[in-house]
Design a protein around this ligand. Structure first.
Ligand SMILES: *[C@@H]1O[C@H](CO)[C@@H](O)[C@H](O)[C@H]1NC(C)=O
Ligand SMILES: *[C@@H]1O[C@H](CO)[C@@H](O)[C@H](O)[C@H]1NC(C)=O
Ligand SMILES: *[C@@H]1O[C@H](CO)[C@@H](O)[C@H](O)[C@H]1NC(C)=O
Ligand SMILES: *[C@@H]1O[C@H](CO)[C@@H](O)[C@H](O)[C@H]1NC(C)=O
Length: 396
């Protein structure tokens, strides 16, 4: 019995080898001079792309096909698959895109924030309300960009008085800006626009765009900021972008940046990197994403609490972002854009977006070698900054 099985196995192996041989032989036919002839198929040999059922993935497929230079050079619109016309928006991309209501299969049962996101997913340009004109007249070595909200006056002031002090620090020019959307009456926000106007006049460091400042619109903030850098601050050597509830050790960051050499400095993107993550499918989680919206893993991305990158990367991200559909979670979106560029963020253990051990939190020396700690209140920011500046601070 065993003998027979062995023989059968041998025969099968021989047949497979013969088959492969025939395949190779047929394909490497020679021309009459005995040279190897390369066979070129007369028709496209790649598989037809079938549309993904998840809405975001499908939008990305469509953009990839539309941006594919070989396909677009050699096909007219009529050659492209029918489903591609799905995104050909008939009018202004900033008008409500009612078609998503039927294109996303469970649209009607999704939480409101998804409906809002989907309806305006194709809109990336909103009017600028505040934009201090000369903020980058002298291109800074380090641009600190802080995601804030209208009502967070105390956080912004604490940052100005501590780690976000603009001017010359450790011989390098530092510029700080706060990135804001609009706190709408619709979301029951009190009208603080006059106080904000006063603050802006006094400090000249607020950039505000007129769109609804919600969690799912943070990606809008990201693309508007990338646009802003190119228009208003293209000379910034390095950029830190983070939240207004973190402490940043600006001294440590400057020290780190000054120590970088090329090409590391040019390709810099560091933070608290999360790898092998994917969308949360539990409806109760803040980061929940339904399967009708996205399938697949997330590329490596740096947690949105704060990350550091070069001006060169900022320019490349700006162009990549035009080829990646908006995604409701901003730090994941930035990871997606980096992936488009063939890059991945690098993990640096100085970024502590999940805080440090409790027993070290009131030890001044614990902060000396760190770049970022999250979360910290305005008072804590000022306290830690005072420790770090003190000439008496003596850490081994
Ligand atoms: C398009 O096809 C023509 C022949 O049909 C070929 O000569 C040309 O190189 C192709 N262009 C691209 C960008 O593939
Ligand atoms: C700043 O620059 C001056 C002159 O170039 C130098 O003497 C000084 O040590 C520098 N200070 C720091 C903190 O790098
Ligand atoms: C912000 O929203 C409010 C109310 O929704 C609106 O009146 C205002 O025009 C919007 N824009 C700015 C820049 O405040
Ligand atoms: C994003 O902002 C736009 C413009 O204000 C708004 O219409 C849309 O509903 C917002 N999206 C979310 C998810 O809040």
């Amino acid at each position: 019995m065993a003998m027979q099985r062995k023989r059968l196995k041998l025969v099968v192996t021989l047949m497979i080898n013969l088959f492969i041989f025939i395949l190779i032989f047929r394909h490497s036919s020679q021309d009459k001079n005995g040279r190897q002839k390369v066979l070129i198929p007369s028709e496209p040999f790649w598989a037809k792309v079938t549309p993904n059922v998840a809405y975001w993935n499908r939008q990305q497929q469509i953009q990839d096909l539309q941006n594919n230079p070989i396909l677009s050079a050699n096909s007219s619109d009529t050659d492209l698959p029918d489903w591609l016309s799905e995104t050909t928006l008939t009018s202004d991309p900033c008008e409500r895109n009612i078609r998503v209501t039927t294109q996303v299969k469970d649209y009607n049962s999704l939480p409101d924030r998804f409906k809002d996101f989907l309806l305006y997913m194709h809109c990336r340009s909103y009017p600028t309300v505040m934009d201090p004109p000369d903020i980058c007249k002298e291109p800074p070595f380090l641009l600190l960009a802080v995601k804030s909200q209208v009502s967070h006056f105390d956080r912004r002031q604490a940052i100005r008085q501590s780690w976000g002090q603009a001017g010359v620090i450790a011989n390098q020019t530092v510029v700080t800006v706060f990135l804001l959307g609009n706190a709408t009456v619709w979301d029951h926000h009190p009208d603080l626009s006059h106080s904000l106007q006063d603050e802006s006049t006094r400090h000249q460091d607020i950039i505000q765009w007129d769109y609804r400042d919600s969690f799912f619109n943070l990606t809008v903030k990201e693309v508007l900021f990338l646009e802003w850098i190119q228009a208003r601050c293209p000379g910034a050597r390095f950029i830190f972008k983070g939240d207004d509830d973190v402490f940043v050790n600006t001294y440590r960051i400057l020290d780190f940046l000054k120590g970088l050499s090329e090409p590391k400095a040019r390709d810099l993107f560091v933070g608290d990197v999360i790898t092998d993550a994917g969308p949360h499918r539990d409806k109760k989680v803040k980061y929940f994403i339904p399967e009708s919206m996205y399938v697949g893993k997330y590329p490596p991305y740096a947690g949105g609490g704060g990350y550091l990158y070069s001006g060169d990367i900022a320019a490349r991200l700006h162009s990549a972002s035009q080829r990646v559909p908006l995604y409701p979670i901003d730090d994941v979106y930035t990871g997606m854009c980096l992936k488009k560029l063939g890059l991945a963020p690098e993990k640096h253990k100085g970024f502590r977006t999940f805080d440090i051990e409790e027993k070290y939190r009131s030890n001044p020396c614990a902060y000396k070698s760190l770049m970022l700690v999250h979360p910290r209140t305005p008072q804590q920011m000022i306290q830690i900054w005072t420790w770090l500046r003190s000439p008496d601070l003596n850490c081994q």
